[in-house]
Ligand binder design. Sequence first.
Ligand code: FES
Length: 106
Amino acid sequence: MPLITYILPDGTEKPVDVAIGLSIMDGSVRNNLPGIVAECGGSCSCATCHVHLDAAARALFDEPVDEEVQLLEFLDGADEDSRLACQLIVTERCEGIRVRVVDSAG
Ligand code: FES
């Protein structure tokens, strides 16, 4: 299982193994990490799974679909590093990536 390091809103780093095929959101929720709320359960409609990825990590995932782009457009604090974690599906290439979690609990 790829090791993913979640950098939590308070700066703490939490490395966790996330199974291939799960989303970055799943990996956070299943390990009870704070920051990602995932209100809609992963259907790309709530934007409470906001994360930042560096360019190298972004290149490992599919391009965002229109729904995700639109949600990010209206999200406070979103920039070109932003993605919605429920849309980021873990593959074997994700080993060692770092994901900065934005606090969505508000
Ligand atoms: S969990 Fe709702 S948009 Fe990702």
